[in-house]
Design a protein around this ligand. Sequence first.
Ligand SMILES: C=CC1=C(C)c2cc3[nH]c(cc4nc(cc5[nH]c(cc1n2)c(C)c5CCC(=O)O)C(CCC(=O)O)=C4C)c(C)c3C=C
Ligand SMILES: [Fe+2]
Ligand SMILES: [Fe+2]
Length: 338
Amino acid sequence: MSRFSAITDNPHEGRFNKKTGILVTNLGSPDAPTPKALRVYLAEFLSDPRIVEIPRLIWLMILHGIILRVRPKKSAKAYKSIWTENGSPLIYISKQQADKIAERLKASNHNVEVELAMRYGNPSIEAGLEKLRDKGITRIVVFPLYPQYSSPTTGSTFDAIARVLKKWRWVPELHFINGYHTNPLYIESLANSIKEDLEENGTPQKIVFSYHGMPKQFLDHGDPYHCLCHQTTRLVVEKLGLDKELVMTTFQSRFGKAEWLKPYTDATLESFPKEGIKDIAIISPAFSADCLETLEELEEENREIFEEAGGEKYRYIAALNDRDDHIDALCDVLKPNL
Ligand SMILES: C=CC1=C(C)c2cc3[nH]c(cc4nc(cc5[nH]c(cc1n2)c(C)c5CCC(=O)O)C(CCC(=O)O)=C4C)c(C)c3C=C
Ligand SMILES: [Fe+2]
Ligand SMILES: [Fe+2]
């Protein structure tokens, strides 16, 4: 038994090929919308020091003593409301994206194998990397589908990759894509999805760009995510030639009691009707795939907040998911690494 793992059956020349392996990743979901599965998922997720930066010992006591006794039940209820016959929307859509990327690249004669992996839960990063290694691949591009770099998401994916590869005897040639929010085709795809909505439903009083939030302290300590989100909004506004006053950038999905990036999406939506803004469209460009935070929080929870405060028209513009122009954008991001 060796400390480092490898494929040991007679390598010689033939078995290792010239293929590039692409590991498409996203955040991950629980295995089922049940408190038991959520306890396992949240224990892994919330133990990540990139996600919660409270001193370790104190945080682990709070996590195991309080959070993991209360949160799984509440989160399971939210997951139940969005779960489909295909399971978690995030994982199902990510699978569609990975398959379409593979299809598109192979059709243009790229010699690639694409696998999907999730940072937390299944299919795991370790399983994804091993599948590529089993195919004799020694050159890997890791592609986290987070357009805007952040330490809790992209940075954490890097940690998970490194944790696996440091156990491998033959470390592959590795390329890591750490964001793509300025890619012209990504911006174009966001712009197209908004344009289609405006053509179908008319121009609302406000278009809200709602990004997943993070503790403000992360920004103060140098995380670029906040700035990259604002830059994304600006690029889309410029692409569409919109009036700047029509658009607002907000941050959603708060967790815990600390201050998070502001303005908060929920508080903003609650205040709009008092200011006479009763017709809005909302889009969430940080999510490459629809997930709990869009389908439950934006489609259900925030719609209710807005309507209860007197709002009249609320529409959520879907994530880019497996739209053709989105797959084009993702392939374009990959291109320099193929
Ligand atoms: C605890 C702190 C959290 C930080 C920081 C955070 C950053 C962050 N997350 C995403 C993307 C997603 N988050 C999702 C769910 C989710 N996020 C947190 C907490 C933090 N996220 C929790 C506890 C959960 C689980 C659900 C819950 O119990 O409320 C998801 C959806 C997953 C799914 O299965 O659908 C995504 C996607 C980003 C982009 C980000 C920082 C920029
Ligand atoms: Fe999150
Ligand atoms: Fe900023």
